[in-house]
Ligand binder design. Structure first.
Ligand code: KIV
Ligand code: NA
Length: 258
């Protein structure tokens, strides 16, 4: 499950999630940005720190934002160290296939665990022609499989498979030693991940939702109802009530009023 701040980190941890990802999806779901590409490393560090303060038992992972790891393996190592040292997470995730393996080898060689991410890689959406299913042809599925094997060899402890046909994800999972974490990749993966705000239904009616999301709550509607009730009760004088106020002794009050 993802988290992006202190309360969402607490909720995921107390609900016994094994792993909590500070995903760069927070750019869209928590910061109102159009895509994940506007998010900078410093923004990510700020959110990682908040989540890390909340999480007591889950394994924490932070997304390396676009632009923080592609320039060179050295740049990636520096960013990964910041994520651990300043962001206080325990692992980093980065997007990309076989071309990222020298970078992943360098990061894992200094003892920072790396979670890979292939299939639909939102940071590369312009090259993919948008947020689209990946691996729908035999040749693109084959490319995903090769990428998965290469990332495993490079040292990833696990791979996120996003928006991949279920049978392709299941076959790739069966051929790997490391576990896969699916999102929009069917039940044949070793584990699953969802964006917390999506899973909780913390978004207004009518917002676009990917096919793979199941809404486990109606947090947005509940929040709106609560705020409306607050507004109504303030206007009608039902809130604050006596129990929400602080007393003063009769003597002190009389002296004050005099
Ligand atoms: O940013 C994110 O939340 C992610 C997960 C959906 C895998 O990358
Ligand atoms: Na992400």
């Amino acid at each position: 499950m993802t988290a992006h701040d202190f309360p969402s980190g607490l909720a995921a941890d107390q609900a016994h999630m094994d792993m909590i990802l500070v995903g760069d999806s927070l750019a869209m779901v928590a910061l109102g940005m159009e895509d994940t590409n506007q998010l900078k490393l410093e923004d990510m560090l700020h959110h990682c720190r908040a989540v890390s303060r909340a999480v007591k038992s889950a394994f924490t992972i932070g997304d390396l934002p676009m632009g923080s790891y592609e320039v060179s393996p050295e740049q990636a190592v520096r960013s990964a160290i910041s994520m651990i040292q300043d962001g206080r997470v325990e692992s980093v995730k980065l997007e990309g296939g076989a071309e990222m393996s020298p970078t992943i080898s360098r990061i894992t060689s200094i003892g920072i665990p790396v979670l890979g991410h292939i299939g639909l890689t939102p940071q590369r959406s312009h090259a993919l022609g948008g947020f689209r299913v990946q691996g729908k042809t035999a040749s693109s599925a084959n490319k995903l499989f090769t990428d998965a094997l290469t990332l495993q060899a490079a040292g990833c402890y696990s791979l996120v498979l996003e928006a991949v046909p279920a049978p392709v994800a299941a076959l790739i999972t069966s051929k790997l030693r490391i576990p896969t974490i699916g999102i929009g990749a069917g039940g044949g993966c070793s584990g699953q991940v969802l964006v917390q705000i999506d899973a909780l239904g913390n978004f207004p009616e009518g917002r676009f939702m990917p096919k793979f999301v199941r809404k486990y709550g109606s947090v947005f509607e509940e929040s709106k109802r609560a705020i409306e009730r607050y507004r109504d009760e303030v206007k009608s004088g039902q809130y604050p009530a006596v129990e929400h106020t602080y007393p003063i002794s009769k003597g002190e009050l009389e002296e004050f009023e005099a």
